[in-house]
Design a protein around this ligand. Structure first.
Ligand code: NAP
Length: 268
């Protein structure tokens, strides 16, 4: 343990599995007290337990990021922990793959509610706690919003998802500027992962296989990997490393920035 985040409290949404779990693990392994927030109670409790078993200070918070009441309750729960919040990682998200003709309102609304409204609500309701955290420790607090390469470029069949992730990108920049010009010591940045091997990408791969676009899930994941110049899928840990950098004091002069971690996908 390097203890880079000793004494800091970090809340990670959608942290029961995938990228969120890796982020919680990385921040926790460097000394942060991590709050694992997720809509899935059993998986979230289990994730927090595994982190504790690995020596981290972790607890679970049941939270549906698309619920305003949920965020109000989460803010009250965080307040009761005391000393504010040092980092909020808005990671929870859902995939939404459908070509326009199949893109109904249910798919559109769910993607917007979780991926975009969830980021807005989290930032809004955690801002007072982040401000309190930055005042106590003086190092400044950090919001990291997990967008996607699909918040930067288009991919067929992903218009709803891309609209949410593009929204996250510009929401991030606006709040970053707003906070900075109000002299609030809270930096706000976005992270743009390429294809990462998680339960979410496996759902996408299964869909490709079901549509006959790949022989099976393995082949579909292989197709995703081959789309990146580096020829592999990213690991959740690859994203966690970037998030830890943005949370850390090494990123003290970074706000409103977009960190792309995609094996070169968007560089072509
Ligand atoms: P994942 O494997 O599906 O894990 C996401 C976790 O968030 C799951 O536990 C999920 O529960 C939970 N969640 C979903 N809706 C929620 C809500 N309303 N409130 C709280 N928690 C909720 O996803 P991932 O691949 O790790 O993705 C994490 C983030 O990275 C997402 O924002 C995603 O869009 C982004 N991203 C992923 C990739 C990729 O290739 N995997 C690439 C670029 C960006 P359920 O299982 O019930 O949904």
């Amino acid at each position: 343990m390097t203890g880079r985040f000793d004494g800091r409290t970090c809340l990670v949404t959608g942290a029961a599995m995938g990228i969120g779990y890796a982020i919680a693990e990385r921040l926790g392994s460097e000394g942060a007290r991590v709050v694992v927030a997720d809509v899935k109670p059993a998986e979230g409790e289990d994730a927090a337990r595994r982190l504790c078993d690995a020596g981290c200070d972790a607890s679970f918070l049941a939270l549906d990021v698309s619920s305003e009441d949920g965020w109000k309750q989460a803010a009250a729960a965080m307040e009761s922990l005391g000393a504010g919040l040092d980092a909020l990682v808005n990671n929870a998200g859902v995939e939404a793959v459908a070509p326009l003709a199949e893109l109904d309102m249910a798919i559109w609304r769910r993607a917007m509610d979780v991926n975009l409204t969830g980021v807005y609500l989290g930032t809004r309701y955690m801002a007072p706690l982040l401000l309190a955290g930055s005042a106590v420790r003086g190092a400044g607090a950090s919001v990291v919003n997990i967008s996607s390469i699909m918040g930067l470029i288009g991919l067929p069949g992903s218009s709803a998802y891309a609209a949410t992730k593009g929204g996250v990108r510009l929401f991030t920049k606006n709040i970053a500027v707003e906070f900075a010009m109000e002299r609030k010591n809270i930096r706000v940045n976005s992270v743009h992962p390429g294809f990462i091997q998680t339960p979410m990408s496996e759902v996408g791969a299964r869909r490709l296989a079901e549509k006959g676009l790949a022989k099976d899930v393995g082949e579909a994941l292989g197709q995703m990997a081959s789309m990146s110049p580096m020829g592999r899928l990213g690991r959740p840990e690859d994203i966690a490393a970037g998030v830890a950098f943005l949370v850390s004091d090494d990123a003290a002069f970074m706000t409103g920035a977009e960190l792309v971690i995609d094996g070169g996908y968007t560089a072509r």
